[in-house]
Design a protein around this ligand. Structure first.
Ligand SMILES: [Zn+2]
Length: 468
């Protein structure tokens, strides 16, 4: 048995301790971020979330679920965890409103993140290191663990301030967004759990803004993935003849490139924003007969194939696009066929264009805009998201949905190396969400229900102070 000894404190350890505290003191000075102790606490919760690795291709969602459950409990939210697909939990928090008959507000975020190329990161992507400028480096710092935690922090502050929402606020953390959301948001939005929530308004992710205006997204482009297969005469590599497969395909590639250029030119000239045009990119080409060292060189192949990633704007003329595909890009007359791997729709389940109105006709929009302004922010012209987000599953049900990630003066680094978000910007975003939630759920108009309101008046009768 080892006798228990009282630890001996010697001069050198006291010195070491002193040195350490001095170092920490100087580190704070160097950081130059005047974070209050309360702010430090808030930022460290964000860092804690970022340190939980949920990276594809095989994210383990259980540690992050445990972490979030603890957060929900601390704040005092009702918590529900549902696995529509085993190993892929959806975490749902609810702050009950005083009037359960009103449509609720859903704040959605995803817990998964895209892979990293370690060699390109100056700080480890799951260490959430904050540098001297207050930039927190981590995969997910912009996309979109920031938003998920900002929702919770805003609620935490509103609760502490004694705010009582009239309509319920739900916060969902879903898995699998980065791989299409099929086992995540799609299942959740299609569930009876979701229907029971009676959601009237959804907030989901947007993008950082590189200037001082917040970006907001009211729709998104839909995915058309297709490939074109060309058939033709095979023949000796030396011969010139018509109707060879690669020549048939080359004509299509040229036509598609022309379309791509005309759409891109509209963006370059400033006539349209990127989300307002349809993009198309050739993502693969296959042809030829492989050999162990390369390809057979003296044979013209009888088949060739090209794959395309097309993102169709909800403003696009779909009939015209289809006509292009049938008559110019893949006409049967040139021995071409095409097949869709994915063909998304631009309309919702009721046949309406899947866009959320961003004018006075939509009271939620009026409340949103007013809230951002009240938080001291300004909004850029609303945009159509270039790629897909989970927001489409809500819009498809006709539910007003805005994509919003409150980050201004921030380089867009989602899916990029060295993704980071500044601590001050993160904290500012929490204030914006506080205003949005008060605006959405406070007692404003007579009915208290923007979805029933003609005027969209949602002036808050309660003034609350939410100082940290
Ligand atoms: Zn995302």
């Amino acid at each position: 048995m080892v006798p228990l000894q009282r630890p001996r404190v010697c001069c050198s350890s006291i010195l070491a301790l002193l040195l350490l505290s001095l170092l920490m003191f100087f580190e704070q000075l160097v950081v130059g971020l005047p974070l209050s102790p309360k702010e430090e606490e808030v930022v460290s919760r964000f860092q804690e979330y970022l340190r939980i690795d949920t990276v594809h291709p095989s994210p383990n969602y259980y540690p992050v679920t445990e972490f979030l459950i603890i957060q929900g409990k601390q704040i005092g939210l009702d918590t529900k965890v549902v696995e529509y697909v085993q190993g892929k939990p959806v975490i749902l928090f609810t702050w009950q409103g005083t009037d359960s008959s009103l449509p609720s507000v859903l704040l959605n975020s995803h817990t998964d993140v895209v892979p990293v190329e370690l060699a390109h990161w100056k700080h480890p992507p799951f260490a959430a290191k904050m540098d001297e400028a207050g930039d927190i480096f981590a995969r997910g710092s912009q996309d979109m663990k920031c938003v998920g935690m900002q929702y919770l922090e805003a609620i935490r502050n509103l609760m502490a301030a004694g705010f009582k929402p009239q309509r319920s606020i739900h916060v969902s953390f879903v898995p699998e967004e980065e791989v299409g959301g099929v086992d995540g948001a799609k299942k959740f939005y299609g569930s009876s759990d979701f229907k029971e929530l009676n959601v009237g308004m959804v907030l989901d992710e947007g993008l950082a803004s590189e200037d001082g205006n917040y970006r907001v997204f009211y729709a998104e482009r839909t995915v058309w993935w297709f490939y074109i297969t060309a058939q033709g005469h095979p023949g000796h590599g030396s011969r010139l003849f018509d109707g060879m497969a690669l020549e048939n395909l080359r004509i299509s590639l040229d036509a598609i490139a022309d379309f791509r250029k005309s759409e891109f030119d509209k963006v370059k000239s400033g006539e349209k924003a990127e989300g307002e045009v349809t993009s198309v990119n050739n993502v693969y080409l296959t042809a030829g007969r492989p050999t162990p060292t390369g390809f057979v060189m003296n044979v013209q192949p009888s088949q060739a194939e090209a794959g395309f990633d097309m993102r169709v704007s909800p403003l696009a003329d779909l009939d015209a696009l289809q006509k292009l595909l049938d008559e110019e890009w893949a006409p049967a007359s040139r021995n071409l066929t095409y097949r869709f791997l994915q063909k998304g729709k631009v309309t919702d389940d009721f046949g309406n264009l899947a866009v959320t109105a961003v004018d006075d006709s939509n009271p939620w929009w009026v409340l949103f805009k007013r809230a951002v302004e009240k938080a001291g922010g300004t909004l850029a012209k609303p945009e159509i998201f270039m790629a897909a987000t989970d927001g489409r599953y809500a819009r498809n049900q006709g539910i007003p949905t805005l994509g919003f990630s409150p980050m201004t003066n921030t380089q867009v680094l989602l899916h990029d190396h060295n993704e980071f978000l500044n601590a001050k910007e993160y904290l500012k975003g929490i204030k914006v969400y506080e205003q949005i939630l008060m605006s959405f759920t406070g007692t404003g108009d007579e009915s208290g229900d923007p979805s029933n309101s003609k005027t969209g008046s949602g002036e808050l009768s309660e003034t609350i102070h939410t100082e940290l």
